[in-house]
Write a protein that binds this ligand. Structure first.
Ligand code: SF4
Length: 134
């Protein structure tokens, strides 16, 4: 519905980050009362374990990964692009099903970040959804 937003689960205190921690951002907690927040973690939805190896986009941004022109590599040099793309697709499916008004995303993440653009943020933006980062 019109007041529904997806939100990076780690911003709400869910321990879904690569290091098994959260990145809780308490100023956002007040939104819980006013909006319908649906927490998602694209990397978990893509099938990656928690904790997991940290990963970075090499050779472009999240859009380039979606287009097969860049890769997400973990710190062992393993290509985890497929899991990141799968997670982005799952989040996009939810966004469309729920007809979200926007997505509140964690900054500086190869999935959720906006600058540089992560894989999930790119998928949402490509589909015309508004994205905000914290
Ligand atoms: Fe948070 Fe997004 Fe990383 Fe999941 S993928 S831990 S929601 S920044």
């Amino acid at each position: 519905s019109s007041d529904t937003f997806l939100i990076s689960a780690c911003l709400l205190g869910v321990n879904c980050r690569y290091d098994g921690q959260s990145k809780s951002y308490p100023p956002l907690y007040g939104l819980i009362k006013h909006l319908r927040l649906v927490p998602v973690c694209p990397e978990q939805l893509g099938g990656l374990p928690t904790p997991r190896r940290p990963a970075e986009i090499k050779g472009g941004d999240g859009l380039a990964v979606l287009l097969g022109r860049a890769q997400v590599l973990n710190n062992q040099g393993e290509d985890v692009s497929e899991a990141f793309i799968r997670g982005a697709r799952e989040v996009l499916k939810l966004a469309q099903t729920l007809k979200i008004r926007g997505a509140i995303l964690k900054s500086r993440s190869p999935s959720c970040g906006l600058d540089p653009l992560g894989v999930t943020a790119a998928a949402l933006r490509q589909a015309g959804f508004k994205v905000y980062e914290f």
